[in-house]
Write a protein that binds this ligand. Structure first.
Ligand SMILES: Nc1ncnc2c1ncn2[C@@H]1O[C@H](COP(=O)(O)OP(=O)(O)OP(=O)(O)O)[C@@H](O)[C@H]1O
Length: 348
């Protein structure tokens, strides 16, 4: 059996106010991270994700309990030992604008190079691999202040990879990335965990990506409790919904998506499959309809969609009409009274 690379033993995290007062954010927490796992730490704003990450990395005192990395308490690890076991990617902006990208990535080798910083063949190989994996080669000779926030994010990941530690912790690594790059980064982290047997823990607000890529999800709620599990189990047992419970937010277990609108409006009986039905449903929910798939009431509006022909057919008593776009279908539906429209009081 594999030994955990990271372990929390009744860990309480938070802040000290003066000599005596403690502000506890979460705990006692117990968890283990095994080599090869990608763990996504999720939770609403202010739940304590960054506090937990900083505590695990020894950047902040724990209130109680202990954290072990590769079997050793972080309280006993010297900085040089820690740097060979754990690499960090934080979201804070780097100020050293004068450094070029290659030099920054090469800094990842510092735990192995000693004072002079002379790079061995092995060091150079590792740096090249980190650059290739993160696709940072195109801006290798640029200075950091000539990079976008997203590019800096990738370079910081390259530095962490060059450090070649069994545990990598990233605080919101997708924060500055556009959608394709967010997907690409999650895919890369997932692959890295599998191929290199590194354990990777990241905090994120990317609920859908975390659901897809995480081997485990940790859900930290506003009360400081943490639920852990395989993402699909957490969806099915309602933990996911409960952690992000917010007025006006609805988590659809069937599609794994959050929606802004709680549909309580006029029922509409939708038949059809595939992408056209999916986007039709979204449009109807936005307009405040309650979309039903089974047992329609007698006076229900009926809408059938045809996947291949992009045709929307509305039926209601004597009414029967056919439409070529969602816009036209919605316009046609507007002649029927809605009981009420929902979704106006949502705070994000
Ligand atoms: N230095 C500090 N002293 C006291 N309380 C703090 C300090 N820094 C943060 N906090 C509080 O700790 C709680 C957790 O903050 P943290 O930044 O860890 O949350 P988070 O889950 O990372 O939030 P976000 O998703 O918004 O980044 C918040 O209520 C925050 O106000």
């Amino acid at each position: 059996m594999q030994k955990p690379i990271l372990k929390a033993l009744d860990l309480s995290i938070g802040y000290k106010k003066g000599a005596k007062t403690e502000i506890k954010i979460a705990g006692p927490l117990r968890f283990e991270v095994l080599p090869g796992q990608l763990i996504c730490l999720l939770g609403p704003n202010g739940a304590g994700k960054s506090t937990l990450i900083r505590t695990l990395a020894g950047l902040q005192h724990m209130l109680k309990g202990d954290v072990e990395i590769a079997g050793e308490s972080i309280l006993h690890l010297r900085p040089a030992e820690m740097a060979r076991k754990l690499s960090m990617v934080l979201t804070e902006k780097i100020r050293s604008g004068n450094l070029n990208v290659y030099s920054l990535v090469a800094l990842g080798r510092y735990p192995y190079t000693g004072w002079l910083g002379t790079l061995s063949t092995e060091d150079k190989k590792m740096i090249s691999w980190a650059i290739e994996a993160t696709q940072t080669a195109p801006f290798l000779h640029r200075k950091l202040d000539q990079l976008s926030d997203g590019e800096i994010q990738k370079v910081m990941l390259a530095r962490a990879l060059a450090q070649d530690t069994p545990l990598i912790i990233l605080d919101e690594p997708t924060a500055h990335l556009d959608l394709p790059n967010r997907i690409e980064l999650m895919r890369l982290l997932h692959q890295l965990a599998r191929q290199t047997n590194k354990a990777i823990l990241l905090s994120s607000h990317e609920l859908d990506l975390a659901l897809q890529a995480g081997d485990q999800v940790w859900l930290l709620d506003a009360e400081g409790n943490m639920k852990q599990g395989v993402p699909e189990d957490l969806v099915l047992n309602g933990s996911f919904e409960a952690t992000f419970d917010k007025a006006g937010f609805h988590f659809d277990k069937a599609t794994g998506t959050f929606s802004l609108h709680q549909s309580k409006g006029r029922p509409i009986y939708l038949t059809g499959e595939g992408a056209v039905a999916f986007w039709t449903r979204r449009a109807l929910q936005r307009e405040g309809y309650t979309v039903i798939k089974d047992n329609p009431p007698d006076d229900a509006l009926e809408l059938s969609v045809k996947e291949n022909s992009h045709k929307w057919i509305i039926k209601h008593k004597d009414h029967n009409s056919e439409h070529q776009t969602i816009a036209a279908m919605l316009a046609a539906l507007s002649i029927f009274p809605k009981t009420h429209a929902i979704g106006s009081n949502i705070k994000l």
